[in-house]
Design a protein around this ligand. Structure first.
Ligand code: NAP
Length: 272
């Protein structure tokens, strides 16, 4: 049963440009429904340059939480009153929590990725990881893998300068590498758009990986990318991108409402 908003309903949403395609309203509203929370979550298109006005609006309207998507993650980081350690290190915010008049920026992407690994029975601690890509998602993953105790986090990217910036987020265990590093990797993370939609390109050759390696792909449309398909054919363990999508939202929900996140309900809403 869908609730009718009342005068007591709490507000949350996602800002981005464009944002109408976002699955986040489905994921969060399904969770509110399952938890019996009188909350509603909406998509709020915010044009580039309008982030300061949007955040003033968040304060003025008493919006409890905002997810932040492209292209606003950096602009929001520069505007909030405080940043968590993850958001400060990444210079990017994907979640804003209102604490009275103060807005706290967080980044739940990397933590959500590690949660999805753990859910799949994969402990990143002690692993030699290779991350393909050095964009926003890759950087969050690199930092979170190092925080989770990875033995090595090697970044492989077209642009070597961006690879070095990403690798630095892993501190002493970070390095810039090449495809030859796949030979000693026990966790490969695909964090580029390669394989998305109708793109049949193989982002990497899983035959280069040692037996027993795990392959994770951040792309979730399709759920089984060409890389994951090839890795499964090889008999390797795979982790798809849906888990990260669900778990980064689950971390936001916990921070804003204080409730435990109904992961299965959120996953079903993300795929529905
Ligand atoms: P981004 O900031 O635009 O970064 C894209 C990265 O991919 C860059 O490092 C870029 O290399 C590399 N790249 C792009 N096209 C490539 C190609 N044809 N061959 C090799 N490398 C290529 O994007 P992002 O936000 O990090 O997102 C990356 C992917 O992760 C997207 O598919 C996105 O949908 C997915 N994602 C999933 C989740 C989830 O919850 N599952 C969350 C966030 C993102 P250069 O630096 O050399 O340009």
């Amino acid at each position: 049963m869908t609730r009718t908003p009342t005068g007591a309903t709490q507000l949350a949403g996602v800002i981005g440009w464009p944002v109408r395609h976002s699955r986040s309203p489905d994921i969060h509203n399904a969770a509110y429904e399952a938890l019996g929370l009188d909350w509603v979550y909406v998509a709020l298109p915010v044009p580039p340059g309008e982030v300061p006005a949007a955040l003033r609006g968040m304060r003025a309207l008493g919006i409890e939480g905002l997810s932040v998507t492209m292209p606003h993650k950096g602009a929001v980081a520069a505007e909030v009153d405080a940043l968590t350690a993850d958001a400060a290190a990444l210079g990017a915010v994907n979640s804003v929590r209102r604490d009275g008049d103060r807005l706290i920026g967080d980044n739940t992407d990397g933590g959500g990725f590690v949660d999805s690994l753990v859910e799949a029975g994969v402990d990143p601690s002690g692993r030699r990881c290779v991350v393909l890509g050095a964009g926003g998602a890759a950087r969050a993953v690199v930092r979170s893998l190092a925080t989770a105790g990875a033995a090595q986090v090697t970044v492989v990217n077209r642009d070597p300068g961006r690879a070095a910036t990403a690798a630095a987020l892993a501190g002493a265990v970070g390095a810039v590498g090449s495809a030859s590093d796949l030979g000693t990797a026990d966790l490969l993370v695909q964090a580029t758009p390669v394989g998305m939609g109708d793109d049949a390109t193989l982002a990497a050759d899983p035959d280069l990986l040692p037996a027993g390696a795990v392959v994770a792909d951040l792309v979730y449309h399709p759920l089984v990318t060409p890389l994951l398909d090839a890795a499964r054919t090889r008999g390797l363990t795979t982790v798809d991108g849906l888990g990260m999508l669900v778990h980064q939202a689950a971390r936001q929900l916990r921070a804003w409402t204080g409730c435990d996140a109904p992961i299965d309900v959120m996953r079903a809403a993300a795929t529905g």
